[in-house]
Design a binder for this molecule. Structure first.
Ligand code: DX5
Ligand code: ZN
Length: 231
C-alpha cells in the first residue's frame, strides 16, 4: 500500500468539519476521527451521530480511533455506519478478538491501538486478526503533544513481528507526528501516519500533507521503485 497520511480533525475547526475535511481531500488518504469519552481519556470530543453526519460529507474514508471505555459495545456500530477503519484500544477492550471480528464482519478494517507503555509482545498472537496496529506516540487524549521517541523501538519490533509472520499489517503512528518526527517513524517501520497539528496548524494543510508524505516515502524500507525501466 505504501505510505498513507491520515490527518486528525481533532486539530480542525469542529464548527466547520465538512469544510475542514474538504480542504485535505485532494492530498490525504484518510480522515482520522478521534472519539473520546472523558473516561478512557480525560477529554470529550464526538461520537457516532457526528461520525454519521461526517460520512455524508467526506470524500475520504473515515479512520475512527475510539478512545473510549467500552469499545466492545460501540465499535461495531461505527463500522456498520460506514467507517472504513475502526480502531479499539487494547487497554479498554474486554473481548478484543470478538470485537475485531465484528468490525471486519461489518466491512471495515479492524485495528488495535496500544498506548505508549503497552508492550506489543503480548499481542503478537493477535496480529493476524488485525488489518492495522496503531502505536500511540503520545499518551492519548489531546492533540499538539510532544512525540515520544521511547516508542520507536516498539514500532521496529512490531514491523519485524509482522514480517516474520508474513502479514500485510499496516502500522499506524499517532501523536506528535510532524516534519521533524515522521522520518524516524517511517524508518522504524510505520506506514500510516496520523497528523493533527502538523496538518491543520499549517498555513496550507494540503501542502503539509504532501511534505509529510515525501519525507516518509524517502525513508520507508519499501519505497516505490525509482527509475525502473529508464534508459
Ligand atoms: C491524541 C489523538 C491524536 C491527535 C494527534 O489522543 O489520538 O489523533 O489528534 O494530534 P497531533 O498530531 O497534534 O499530536
Ligand atoms: Zn487518534
Amino acid at each position: 500500500m505504501g505510505i498513507q497520511i491520515s490527518p486528525s480533525i481533532l486539530s480542525a475547526d469542529f464548527a466547520r468539519l465538512a469544510e475542514e475535511v474538504a480542504v485535505i481531500s485532494e492530498a490525504a488518504d484518510w480522515v482520522h476521527v478521534d472519539v473520546m469519552d472523558n473516561h478512557f481519556v480525560p477529554n470529550l470530543t464526538l461520537g457516532l451521530p457526528i461520525v454519521e453526519a461526517l460520512l455524508k460529507h467526506s470524500a475520504l474514508p473515515l479512520d475512527c480511533h475510539l478512545m473510549i471505555e467500552d469499545p466492545d459495545r460501540w465499535a461495531p456500530a461505527y463500522a456498520e455506519a460506514g467507517a472504513k477503519s475502526v480502531t479499539i484500544h487494547a487497554e479498554a477492550a474486554k473481548a478484543p478478538i470478538r470485537t475485531l471480528r465484528m468490525i471486519r464482519a461489518a466491512g471495515a478494517r479492524a485495528s488495535l491501538a496500544l498506548n505508549p507503555a503497552t508492550p506489543v509482545e503480548q499481542y503478537e498472537d493477535l496480529l493476524g486478526e488485525l488489518d492495522m496496529l496503531l502505536l500511540m506516540t503520545v499518551e492519548p487524549g489531546f492533540g499538539g503533544q510532544k512525540f515520544l521517541d521511547v516508542v520507536l523501538p516498539k514500532i521496529h519490533r512490531a514491523r519485524e513481528m509482522a514480517k516474520g509472520r508474513d502479514l500485510d499489517l499496516w502500522i499506524q503512528v499517532d501523536g506528535g507526528v510532524s516534519a521533524e518526527t515522521i522520518e524516524r517513524c517511517a524508518e522504524a517501520g510505520a506506514d500510516v501516519f496520523v497528523a493533527g497539528n502538523a496538518v491543520y496548524g499549517a498555513e496550507d494543510p494540503a501542502d503539509a500533507i504532501r511534505e509529510l508524505r515525501a519525507l516518509a516515502e524517502a525513508k520507508t524500507a519499501h519505497p516505490k521503485p525509482i527509475g525502473f525501466g529508464r534508459g
